[in-house]
Design a protein around this ligand. Structure first.
Ligand code: GLA
Length: 550
């Protein structure tokens, strides 16, 4: 990390202190909101993949650096693996606009100009990303770079300028201690609309957290952007002991981002920040965990290392085909967390061919067994193959999915159901033989098929496999008895228990009788198919009942 990060820590603390009132206000907004209408600008249907200079070079960006990196991204096979967007972060611009108010590239750092850089990247089959903020950029905010170039009040002009330069991706960073969440929605929304009016399809990536109380995980920003940062900045560390303040380790980011699966989908993704693979500070096991969990969480995969000097170990992580396929799967679902005992986590991600990816994550400091089952992962059946994405080994199982996972490790299996599929209609039972001749009927016979009564369409099974004192993660598997196009589960919680953040379902209420409703992607189930949702619980799970209606 650049030394330019150092002064930012102090600035951030100050910014946080000056926004304590705003923080208190935002505390009330801490739970993810119900899904908003997602931005549909035609891009980022799967999480964007690319490279950004910031994690390795800080403010020291230049045309020659970016071109060399683009060359290396192509020559080392990273472009072929899917990495496309080359994003120029902070410090690329002249500290002042020109006399017509236009942004300009810093002419000593980018002597050929930004349009020429875009042409160079496009000529290599890559895409061009750039960075801006509404007010001061973060480097301007810390004094590491001079001027105030922000786009507030210039949104249309800047969006047209970006489009003219061939920009395909805009990272738009808050970098201010002021503003309520509604101010952020409005200010980010202006740039979203300006990009839409620019005539060019541009991925819109926002960070609402910089210098600010953290609003990234507290609402679903899919109405505003294609991807939004959920945490403060990442660093090359496994665990900084920060819940969500600068800087964040891998384990800390996973803890924030994993429960937010319900907010992600095609065109709109939680962004747990750029990759630190290849940047030192993490063991090989930790770097693999980092990459595996980002893929499971359908995170944008934006490399942050010096690709020119990447080792073969680094390249083998960054080009792991099975994990990239999991990240880039066409369903574009973020894996849902079905186990979280504070140390062990299990994430399951439905894939478009019917497979499910399962991650067994060990956040703790010693080897431990992490387990789940195919049924808890949402797969019906009796035999499954498990492909270990790191070793390529394929084994089979009757349902148990379990591994001894080293400290800070993550085992990922791609799970495929083997054998015949479940019947598409419920089994029919033969009626008992009749012993009497029925009297001739004088009335119209009832229709031969009857609509199953409400409630018979699905069955719910509740479990809370690893409760801890005062809390638990609740899992509910919904199984369709016939083809259904939506379901509701009524959870009855005894007093003292509460259901909070849910994933893959929307909850109404948190205590007593709580209704869980399917989210857009998991309501349609064929007969015999299952889906799973989960929630965080406080109190004890004992005595909780779940009833499904469809
Ligand atoms: C913020 C962002 C970083 C980077 C810097 C640039 O801290 O979170 O990713 O863009 O600003 O100053």
């Amino acid at each position: 990390m650049s030394v330019l990060h150092l002064p930012r820590r102090g600035v951030r603390r100050l910014a946080l202190l000056t926004t304590l009132a705003a923080t208190a206000l935002l505390g009330a907004l801490a739970a993810p909101s119900s899904p908003a209408t997602a931005l549909d600008n035609g891009v980022a249907r799967t999480p964007p993949m690319g490279w950004n200079d910031w994690n390795s070079f800080g403010c020291n960006v230049s045309e020659s650096l970016v071109k060399q990196m683009a060359d290396a991204i192509v020559s080392k096979g990273l472009a072929a693996a899917g990495y496309q967007y080359v994003v120029v972060d902070d410090c690329w611009f002249n500290p002042t606009r020109d006399s017509a108010g236009n942004l300009q590239g810093n002419s000593s750092r980018f002597p050929s100009g930004m349009k020429a850089l875009g042409d160079y990247l496009h000529g290599k089959g890559l895409k061009f990303g750039i960075y801006m903020t509404p007010y001061k950029t973060c480097a301007q905010g810390t004094g590491a770079y001079s001027g105030t170039t922000g786009s507030s009040g210039h949104e249309q002009q800047d969006a047209r300028q970006f489009a003219a330069w061939g920009v395909d991706y805009l990272k738009y960073d808050w970098c201010s201690g002021s503003g309520t969440v509604n101010d952020q929605i409005s200010v980010f929304g202006k740039m979203r609309d300006a990009l839409a009016a620019s005539g060019r399809q541009i991925v819109f990536s926002i960070n609402p957290n910089s210098f600010h109380s953290i609003t990234g995980p507290s609402r679903n920003w899919g109405d505003v952007s294609n991807q939004w940062r959920t945490t403060e900045d990442i660093t090359t560390s496994w665990d900084t002991n920060h819940a969500n303040s600068y800087p964040m380790g891998i384990r800390n980011i996973v803890a924030v981002n994993a429960p937010l699966a319900g907010n992600a989908g095609p065109g709109h993704f939680n962004d747990p920040d750029m990759l630190e693979v290849g940047n030192g500070g993490l063991t090989d096991t930790e770097q693999r965990s980092h990459f595996a969990m980002w893929a499971m969480m359908a995170a944008p995969l934006i490399m942050g290392n010096d690709v020119r000097s990447a080792s073969s170990a680094t390249l083998s992580i960054l080009t792991n085909k099975d994990l990239i396929a999991i990240d880039q799967d066409a369903l574009a679902l973020q894996g849902t967390q079905i186990v979280d005992d504070g140390t062990r986590r299990v994430l399951t991600k439905k894939l478009s061919n019917g497979d499910v990816a399962v991650a067994l994550f060990n956040g703790g400091g010693s080897t431990t067994t992490v387990s789940t089952t195919a049924s808890a992962a949402g797969l019906a059946g009796t035999t499954f193959s498990l492909k270990d994405v790191w070793t390529g080994a394929v084994t089979s199982t009757a349902g148990s999915i379990s591994a001894s996972v080293p400290a800070h490790g993550t085992v990922v299996y791609r799970v495929t159901r083997l054998g015949s599929q479940p019947p598409s209609t419920p089994p029919t039972t033969t009626p008992p033989p009749s012993t009497t001749t029925p009297p001739p009927s004088t009335t119209t016979p009832p229709p031969s098929t009857t609509t199953p009564p409400t409630g018979a369409g699905c069955t719910a099974a509740f479990s809370a496999p690893n409760p801890w004192p005062g809390g638990f993660v609740g899992n509910v598997t919904v199984t369709a008895n016939r083809a259904i196009t939506g379901w509701q589960v009524t959870l009855v919680l005894p007093s003292g228990a509460a259901a909070t953040t849910a994933w893959s379902a929307t909850l109404s209420g948190s205590t007593g009788t709580v209704i869980a409703t399917n989210v857009s992607y998991d309501g349609t189930l064929a007969a015999g198919q299952s889906t799973t949702f989960g929630f965080q619980g406080t109190g004890s799970p004992t005595g909780i009942t779940a009833t499904c209606t469809a």
